[in-house]
Design a binder for this molecule. Structure first.
Ligand SMILES: [Zn+2]
Length: 67
């Protein structure tokens, strides 16, 4: 992925340990702790959809079960 030093990033979302920025060259910067992954937009969308799918398949935590 080509990224020049002149790239400008725009923050899309952030949490204390995570952030997502999009660069004007099209790269998405996903920061998890001390690691930053650079993905193209298509890969990022695919990953987001996959995480959403994984979340929907995940068993509920015991502490949140009502019965
Ligand atoms: Zn860039």
């Amino acid at each position: 992925m080509i990224e020049s030093s002149g790239c400008r990033r725009r923050r899309l979302a952030a949490r204390p340990s995570f952030s997502v920025d999009v660069c004007d060259c099209g790269a998405v910067h996903l920061t998890v702790g001390y690691t930053t992954m650079r993905l193209d937009e298509g890969a990022f969308r695919e990953m987001a959809a996959m995480l959403s799918e994984a979340l929907s398949e995940m068993p509920e935590p015991r502490s949140q079960r009502l019965h």
